[in-house]
Design a protein around this ligand. Sequence first.
Ligand SMILES: [Zn+2]
Length: 224
Amino acid sequence: MKNKTAVVVLSGGQDSVTCLGLALKEYDKVYCISFDYGQKHSIELTQAQLICDMVKVPLVIMTIPALAQLGDSALIGTDGDVTEAHPFNKDLPASFVPNRNALFLTTAHAYAQQVGAGTIITGVCETDYSGYPDCREIFIEHLQATLNIGYLTNINIRTPLMHLTKAQTFALADEVGFLDTVIDHSHTCYNGKRDVKWMWGRGCGKCPACELRAKGWLEFLENK
Ligand SMILES: [Zn+2]
């Protein structure tokens, strides 16, 4: 049964594109929000736009220049190796961007109020734990409560992938009829490569994001 309006936080990666497929199946009206924060690979945003155009869903791209000004992640700017430890905190990966998810969801919460959406869907996941503490369920639950207290709203931040493995995320995309879109058009490669096509999608095939995606694909095939 379809229910009302949802905002999907769309990075253009496998997880968020799967969330878009789910939203299209379950909601009457879907809006997408992406963020331009000076990330190294704007290819993600190109893919997000392409996918939204394909399924005829409005996409708004919000700019958050503060993250680039802080500039302390290997995902921003041109320096840094994504496989190393974060300069501030050796327990976090270099790709970690401090407070990024809080800024994204806070902005998405304001956008949801604007378009009258009762749900925000985000593809964060703590199963294949990437070492990003702001992708954990406890963080999302607390942020949802905080934002709703602050703005007298009752917006649900839905995290359908929170406890799924990458293989299960492929299975979900398949279930909602979005697997081809995920494989052909979503982008996760940390090296921004799209010239090589694998069975699981496009990417360098070597970076941690590609490795995770390839491993998930194999598990998905084994369980299919
Ligand atoms: Zn890669």
